[in-house]
Design a protein around this ligand. Sequence first.
Ligand code: GLA
Length: 391
Amino acid sequence: MLLDEVMQVSTKEQLVKKTSEEFKLQYGTTPDTVTLTPGRINIIGEHTDYNDGLSMPAAIDRWMCVALSKSNKKASTIYSINYKKCVTMSTNKSNATQGSWIKLASTSIDVLTDEFDLQEGGNVAIGGNIPIGCGLSSSSAFIIAITHTFCQLFSIQIKNRDLAYLCQKIESITLGINCGLLDQYGIILSKKNHFMVIDFHDDHIEYIPVHINECSWLVVNSQIHRELSDTAFIQRMNECQEGLDILKDKFNINGFRDIEETMLLELQAEHEVIYKRLSHLIEENKRVNDMKDQIQKGSADNVGMLLKQSHESLKSLYQVSCKEIDYIIALSENFDGWYGGRIVGGGFGGCSIHLLTSHVVDEYNSYITTNYLKKFDLIPDIIKVSFPGGL
Ligand code: GLA
């Protein structure tokens, strides 16, 4: 069970205070260092990062906080404030359950120990207010928070893209998936009040100001839990790869970015599912570029339309949505002042992101809460997000 207390902590300052207090209760001293790592949102460009595509993430004002001191011994001890549980780990090979926070922590510490020949472990308290497993990168933030804090305390000079690659490696080992870099780039490389336009093909990053007049970005947590390691996620990756391999045999292409829409017609008859997956990829990449233009123009209507198109594609072509989030989107269509929204992150549950006129935010909140509760007997968590910049 999650400890609601820490999830409800709203400011960075309160989170630092809470984490430091919990550290003291656990270890009897004050920590040597305390750090904050944000979660991330992705405006558009979903399920594109591992396919050489484009995405538009930004760090958000939800955080993972780590308090750390050297342990004066080989082993490290981690106290999770969210789960109210303490684990000492001299090796990760034993009792760690796949995907759990213990496995994330132990893999992070193992990789750090191996790569940088650490002779000493750490005492850690970690807690945060990023909704867990909901599409806002709580797992990546967790890994980055631990890795970055150890690097800071042990004077390991690794940051920016190199830190992102290291944390991607840790996440891939932990989850058994070759993850993309969306989460790590979004969390580490974001700039305050900007969205990043990332091209994963050549690793190019452009920053665009987030400002759209009199509008707010909202995240609605459906409370439907998902696991990144779900077979469906891996299946999507494999289907895209299979599609690329088929097209490589038919056309003179090297990678996903060489695929043209007309080539997809070759897949339509015999490989309908793969056709759908790759259609999403090609169209979603285009939407990222269109979104960049529309945000720069400040056109809330067109930004909203692209969000809606992305959701439809994730629902019908990539098939990673769920009935609860489809319902939230359908409900929103009838709400004045809602421009658009879509499921965010890996999918199959979790959060959706929405663009609204600022003055209707409270009204929207009660409208969605009332109807969603009635339909699914669940209370959605609705938060307004801002973009404070990355690590
Ligand atoms: C998860 C992964 C990301 C990305 C998204 C889908 O959040 O961690 O790398 O693939 O799903 O866009």
